[in-house]
Design a protein around this ligand. Structure first.
Ligand code: G3P
Ligand code: MG
Length: 248
């Protein structure tokens, strides 16, 4: 079950722009991508923002962490200079502004709920609640997003808040309990690291009638191989190498 795009730009614009920013999503759009994956975390005051790392230091200069910083301060942070000085004007976006941007440009979203440690349930609930509200405001025209998370607790909480928003469970490696987890979460898909996916596991997932999504596929050869195994979709950093309409 995978009623979604097959090829998805990872973290907005893959390796071509600073991750998890509007500039990245615009870059993906410039390359023809109308499908995007990004990461969402809560600020200290519970505002969902696009961010991968709970700690500053990589994409945000300095010391500190997202869960201890107010949104007003976070949104002023330079989220582009680490990548290239051309992007020094780029700031941390809120999930809400990204959601509105994507909907207005007909971009499908895989919203990865990425809680800072200790904030799993709260993050799932807040992201689901805001998404629910924004979807209701848009009405029939809205493109339904897909939530995903490595955090079982975050997805369970998202399910309680907004059962109507589809969920995919993220696993880095094979876990014997994968089917039970998907069933408990009412998930429609398993999202897994392409490095650890085997043809046998792919067959089990497809035989159980779940969607199968992989991260992060950066070579056309590997893309062709896993698509032949029944993989329904994947995200890529190489939006310059693997086109949005890539066919196996
Ligand atoms: O959602 C797939 C992928 O983004 C998971 O890994 O670390 O890039 O968020 P990461
Ligand atoms: Mg991610």
């Amino acid at each position: 079950m995978w009623p979604y795009p097959k090829i998805v730009a990872h973290r907005g614009g893959g390796s071509l722009a600073p991750e998890n920013t509007l500039a990245a999503i615009q870059c993906g759009l410039d390359y023809g991508f109308r499908a995007v994956e990004f990461d969402v975390m809560l600020s200290k005051d519970g505002i969902p923002v696009l961010m991968h790392d709970p700690e500053f230091g990589r994409t945000i200069a300095g010391q500190g962490n997202v869960a201890s910083t107010l949104a007003a301060e976070l949104l002023n942070k330079d989220a582009g200079s680490w990548f290239d000085t051309r992007f020094s004007h780029v700031r941390v976006p809120t999930y809400e502004e990204v959601f509105v941007f994507c909907q207005s440009h007909q971009i499908w979203m895989n919203v990865e709920i990425k809680p800072a440690p200790g904030f799993e349930e709260q993050t799932g609930k807040v992201v689901a609640s805001l998404t629910q509200q924004l979807m209701r405001e848009l009405g029939d025209q809205a493109i339904p997003p897909l939530f995903s998370s490595f955090s079982f607790a975050a997805l369970r909480s998202a399910k309680e808040q907004a059962p109507e928003i589809a969920r995919g469970y993220l696993l880095d490696e094979y876990e014997a309990t994968w089917l039970t987890s998907l069933t408990d979460l009412g998930a429609i898909a398993l999202h897994t690291n392409q490095r650890h996916l085997t043809q046998a596991w792919a067959a089990q997932i497809k035989n159980a009638a779940f969607g199968l999504f992989c991260y992060t596929v950066n070579s056309p050869e590997r893309a062709s191989e896993i698509l032949k195994w029944g993989v329904d979709g994947f995200c890529t950093d190489r939006i310059d190498l693997i086109a949005a309409n890539f066919a196996d």
